[in-house]
Ligand binder design. Structure first.
Ligand SMILES: Cc1ncc(C[n+]2csc(CCOP(=O)(O)OP(=O)(O)O)c2C)c(N)n1
Ligand code: SF4
Length: 215
C-alpha cells in the first residue's frame, strides 16, 4: 500500500541567497569601466532584499551597459537597441509578481529609445530602470549621445557636440545622480524601492570617452 513516510515534509525550506546566487557570467567590460560598480550594486541590492533569483528578470537593449542580463544569474532578455522598456513593460504587465530590472545606456534610452521611455513613465509600472550614463555611445566607439558634454570631441562631432547635453533628471519623476561607486550603492537601492518606475541616472565613466578622438 502507498503511504507517506514519517520523515516527509511538504514545507519549503527557507533559503538564504548569497551574492553568488545573483552573479552570472564574468563581466567583459573594460577594466575601469563604471558599469562594474553599477553591477556590483545591483547584486548587493538583490542579496539584501533576498528576492528569489527565479522571480527576477533583467531586461536590456543594446550597448555595453545592455550586457547586464548576462551578468545576472536570473532570467534575462537582451533585446534590441532602444527597446528594453517595451519588453520590460510587457513582462511586468503579464507577471506583476516578478522583480523587473531594466539596464539601458544614455544612447539606448534617451536617443533611439526616447519614445519608449516616455510611455514607460506614463504606464508607471513597478520596475527599476537604471541608465548607465557615460555620456557617449560606448559600444560603437565614441559617437555623440544626448548627454555628451559640449566640449567632448566625438567621431560624429569632432569639434564637440552641437547641442548642450540634456538633463534626464528634469524628466524622471525623481532620482539623484550618482557619480561614484559609493553613490551608486546608495542610489540603486532607492530606485529599486520605488513602487513606480524607479529611475536612476548613474554616471558611469567610459574609457572610450576619455580616449583621443579618432575622427
Ligand atoms: C537599430 C540600431 N541602430 C544602431 C545600432 C548600433 N548601436 C549599437 S549600441 C549603440 C549605442 C550604444 O550607446 P549607449 O546606449 O549609450 O550604451 P553604451 O555602449 O555606452 O553602454 C549603437 C548606436 C544598433 N545596434 N541597432
Ligand atoms: S567601451 Fe566604455 S562603456 Fe564599453 S566597456 Fe569599455 S569603458 Fe565600459
Amino acid at each position: 500500500m502507498f503511504g507517506l513516510k514519517g520523515d516527509w515534509s511538504l514545507e519549503v525550506k527557507e533559503r538564504y541567497f548569497t551574492l553568488d546566487d545573483y552573479c552570472g557570467a564574468e563581466p567583459r567590460w573594460c577594466t575601469g569601466c563604471g558599469d562594474h560598480g553599477i553591477l556590483a550594486a545591483v547584486h548587493r541590492v538583490c542579496r539584501d532584499s533576498q528576492v528569489e533569483p527565479e522571480k527576477t528578470v533583467a531586461v536590456s537593449g543594446i550597448g555595453c551597459s545592455s550586457r547586464l542580463p548576462h551578468y545576472m544569474k536570473t532570467y534575462g532578455f537582451h533585446g534590441l537597441h532602444g527597446r528594453a522598456l517595451p519588453v520590460a513593460c510587457g513582462i511586468k504587465s503579464r507577471r506583476p509578481d516578478l522583480d523587473v530590472w531594466v539596464a539601458t545606456g544614455d544612447g539606448d534610452c534617451f536617443s533611439i529609445g526616447a519614445a519608449h521611455w516616455v510611455h514607460a513613465m506614463r504606464y508607471n509600472m513597478d520596475l527599476t530602470m537604471l541608465v548607465f550614463d557615460n555620456g557617449i555611445y560606448g559600444l560603437t566607439k565614441k559617437q555623440t549621445s544626448p548627454t555628451t558634454p559640449l566640449d567632448v570631441p566625438t567621431n560624429t562631432h569632432p569639434s564637440g557636440a552641437l547641442l548642450p547635453p540634456m538633463n534626464p533628471l528634469t524628466m524622471f519623476r525623481t532620482g539623484p545622480i550618482a557619480s561614484s561607486p559609493t553613490g551608486t550603492s546608495f542610489v540603486v537601492p532607492s530606485a529599486s524601492s520605488w513602487s513606480a518606475v524607479g529611475g536612476a541616472n548613474l554616471k558611469s565613466p567610459s574609457r572610450v570617452r576619455r580616449a583621443r578622438s579618432v575622427a
